[in-house]
Design a protein around this ligand. Structure first.
Ligand SMILES: CC(C)(COP(=O)(O)OP(=O)(O)OC[C@H]1O[C@@H](n2cnc3c(N)ncnc32)[C@H](O)[C@@H]1OP(=O)(O)O)[C@@H](O)C(=O)NCCC(=O)NCCS
Length: 181
């Protein structure tokens, strides 16, 4: 898609985001919709999925957050759908958590180890650089989260620094326009 002449405000995703669909070989990315709640709640309450991202939340909190996501009240959210089955395999977001736009991602436990998250991250970063004016998109991960670090390195992100959060070493990875495949 052509870059808009004036571009979006730097702190907003394009208005098309809620209707976004990006199709890859095995996954598609779309905004959350009613019906996605069970998958979103499963991830939010799963101790393994949440191990490096704050721990599991209680079912009521998970249900309230899922409802906000599927009704479009949390901008920048997406779900990762496995095309072969139509199942929601994971989710993620684009948000400005600490300045630059930042991508986050998670898979349901049953969907890890197959490259689905890597494909999803490639689709979202591709959309981002094709559509937004920014030249930088970051990701952060606990150093201990080896699967996430491997994913980011495979995706072409470059380790640019470390910081402490919640008493854990975190790594920052940068995606730069034109630097990823
Ligand atoms: C981080 C997370 C999304 C990574 O998931 P993942 O399944 O390892 O990542 P991918 O979907 O890219 O799959 C890559 C793995 O599948 C394997 N794989 C199998 N078939 C593959 C294929 N066709 N293409 C690519 N990878 C394939 C790869 O070898 C790789 O395994 P490895 O890392 O052990 O070498 C997942 O561990 C997760 O959801 N964790 C909990 C939430 C979380 O911590 N999120 C990150 C916060 S920073």
């Amino acid at each position: 898609m052509a870059k808009p002449a004036r571009g979006p405000a730097r702190d907003e995703l394009l208005p098309e985001w809620p209707r976004l669909v990006q199709e890859g070989e095995r996954v598609l990315i779309r905004s959350p919709a009613p019906g996605d709640e069970p998958a979103l709640i499963e991830m939010a309450t799963d101790a393994q999925v949440r191990r490096y991202i704050g721990g599991p939340v209680d079912p009521d909190t998970a249900a309230a957050s899922a409802n906000q996501k599927v009704t479009g009240q949390q901008p920048g959210q997406f779900v990762i759908v496995e095309r072969a089955t139509g199942a929601v395999a994971g989710s993620g977001s684009l948000a400005r958590k600490r300045g630059p736009w930042e991508i986050s991602y998670q898979l349901r436990a049953a969907f890890t180890g197959r490259g689905l998250a890597g494909e999803a991250v490639a689709l979202v970063t591709g959309w981002f650089f094709a559509t937004m004016p920014d030249d930088l998109l970051i990701a952060t991960t606990q150093r201990a989260n080896e699967a996430s670090r491997r994913l980011l390195q495979r995706a072409g992100a470059v380790l640019t620094g470390t910081f402490d959060q919640y008493g854990k070493v975190q790594e920052r990875y940068d995606f730069r326009r034109g630097a990823t495949s």
